[in-house]
Design a protein around this ligand. Structure first.
Ligand code: AMP
Length: 541
């Protein structure tokens, strides 16, 4: 017997209409290239969303078209999210840090019809002139006074387009399984792969993110998403904030600028933020050198890469900011696990430190398991580590326009490419990417554990560990370290630092000091490039 409840479609339009009605006065503050502190409200934003929807329709954009963005986090990008998805089109956020050839590949693969972009990215598109035939028009996200000169044709000004449009728009009916947004994974091998979100997956992900032991936001919070809107929809915050009704603060291009972030936090009363470890390092460094404080900030999420304990401790002990570690990926919208607020007193110092660096427990809606090489499920004992697989309504079922992929097994589980442990309380901990795992004498060594230990040394700015061929053990860890400015640190001292902190056979076999470490377009250490860079290295005999 079927139940008797309404089958209202779960759409981004419904979130937008709710926010417009219930949270109309909520403020959005942005740093943009044409205004260091732009302010408007949800009500203003959604009026402009309707104007933009009219403008796109007039330009010839149609349902199911992919409409791309090349943009930082700001109010115009927020407006584009809603105008495009709620018109039944697909909002394709492109990472501008990718190589031009990758951007070209992605635009052509997605068959993008229009591109909306920040002024700063116009030269990137000029390089691609003639190579992206599907693109019918380029809309520069600025006003007439700040429109740059360009060699490109079919270029429009965002504000001029909106000016003459009506504030009324009749939103189309949308099936909840319709595509809403598209994001390509940066991929360490091969071409980037597209993840196509649905309206339904976005709404369900938003509900989950709002749970108390997940983001747990309220309408009196002030949220600054530092994680880019081109990287898995800023971890869902532009949608969560619409439903919760919290004030939004967008840092624009200034996401790694400690000084700008500090003044935004203090001036706007930011209570909550989200970003990758690199961003937090920049902020903490600025706070240390300037002596400034960030009193309004209560909690931040760190994710996207392993986070050293020292960041968590510095935030809490010096600034009274609680840091939640979260794990997820582009293919998961992105939230998979979240480390909730832990009770320091009840756990005791060492257990507290051990638990809080973990990626946390899976969020209701996501199912997790770890398996061995034969796909046999491993125990949740905090010791066994294996390939991490996931299932759930906001996990991708296949890649965009890619028939063949070995990411899903016969039972529909998605292989995340991560290697992890899960303890008896359900707390997951990433030990490596499966491609980066070091196998020494047949046993696995976690490069992430070694990197985290290295950066806990007060003289270390950043560290990477890669597996290098070894005569006796097949592979051994090689440690690469960037020292802090002016710091004195010898190789022997660095390697001795691992004693007692990791198993003795895990201690790297050598350490090299370097000036920089290769990163991917999403700011993660690029182990593939590092392995290539050090391919001629041999361990001292
Ligand atoms: P992306 O799709 O670019 O967001 O990258 C997802 C990948 O980032 C995951 O598969 C992990 O390898 C890594 N990652 C994300 N969060 C964490 C975390 N908390 N700890 C360690 N690695 C993480």
């Amino acid at each position: 017997m079927q139940g008797l409840m309404m089958n209202s479609p779960l759409t981004i339009t419904s979130m937008m209409e709710f926010a417009d009605k219930i949270h109309s006065d909520t403020e959005i503050v942005s740093v943009t290239s044409d205004n260091p502190r732009h302010r408007h409200t949800f009500s203003d934003a959604f009026k402009r969303v309707r104007k933009l929807a009219n403008a796109l329709q007039k330009l010839g954009a149609e349902k199911e078209d992919c409409i791309a963005t090349l943009a930082w986090n700001d109010y115009r990008h927020f407006e584009i999210y809603y105008a495009v998805s709620c018109s039944g089109m697909v909002c394709h956020t492109i990472n501008p840090r990718l190589f031009p050839e990758q951007v070209e590949y992605i635009i052509n693969h997605a068959d993008d019809q229009f591109i909306l972009l920040d002024v700063a990215f116009l030269p990137l598109l000029e390089q691609l002139d003639g190579k992206i035939p599907s693109v019918k028009g380029i809309i520069v996200m600025t006003d007439a006074a700040n429109m740059p000169e360009t060699t490109l044709t079919n270029v429009y000004c965002y504000e001029s387009l909106l000016e003459s449009e009506s504030e009324e728009f009749s939103w189309p009916d949308i099936d909840e399984m319709d595509a809403s947004a598209l994001c390509y994974t940066s991929g360490t091998t091969g071409n980037p792969k597209g993840v196509l979100y649905t309206h339904r997956s976005t709404v369900l992900h938003t509900f989950a993110a709002c749970l108390s032991d997940v983001m747990g936001l309220a309408s009196d919070d002030v949220v600054m998403p530092i994680v880019p809107m081109f990287h898995v929809n800023a971890w869902g915050l532009p949608y969560v904030s619409a439903v919760v009704g919290n004030k939004l603060v967008f840092p624009g291009a200034k996401m790694a600028d400690g000084e700008v972030l500090t003044s935004l936090i203090n001036d706007e009363g930011v209570t909550y933020s989200a970003g990758v470890p690199t961003v937090w390092l920049a902020l903490l460094k600025y706070l240390e050198t300037s002596g400034k404080t960030i009193d309004s900030l209560q909690a931040v999420i760190v994710g996207g890469a392993a986070c050293p304990l020292s960041i968590l401790e510095e935030f809490e002990d010096k600034h009274n900011v609680y840091t939640h570690v979260a794990w997820g990926m582009t293919e998961m919208s992105p939230l998979g696990t979240f480390n909730p607020k832990l009770d320091r007193e009840a756990l005791g110092e060492s257990e507290y430190a051990r638990m809080r660096v973990k990626a946390g427990r899976c969020i209701y809606g996501v199912d997790l398991k770890i398996v061995d090489d034969n796909n046999v499920e491993l125990p949740w004992d905090g010791e066994a580590f294996g390939a991490l697989k996931v299932k759930g309504p906001w996990v991708c079922s296949s890649y965009f326009k890619l028939e063949e992929s070995d990411a899903h097994d016969a039972d529909g589980w998605f292989d995340t490419g991560d290697v992890a442990t899960i303890d008896s309380l359900g707390f997951m901990q990433i030990t490596d990417r499966s491609k980066d795992v070091i196998k020494s004498g047949g046993e696995w060594i976690s490069s992430i554990d070694l990197e985290n230990t290295a950066v806990d040394h007060p003289s270390v700015l950043e560290a990477a560990v890669i597996g290098m061929p070894h005569e006796k053990w097949t592979e051994r860890p090689l440690l690469l370290v960037i020292k802090k400015e002016g710091a004195e640190l010898s190789k022997e001292e660095m390697l001795a630092f691992f004693k007692g902190k990791v198993a003795s056979w895990w201690i790297p076999s050598d350490c090299l000091f370097v000036d920089e470490l290769a990163h991917t377009a999403t700011g993660k250490l690029s182990k593939k490039d590092l392995r290539e860079q050090f391919k001629d290295y041999t361990f001292p005999s």
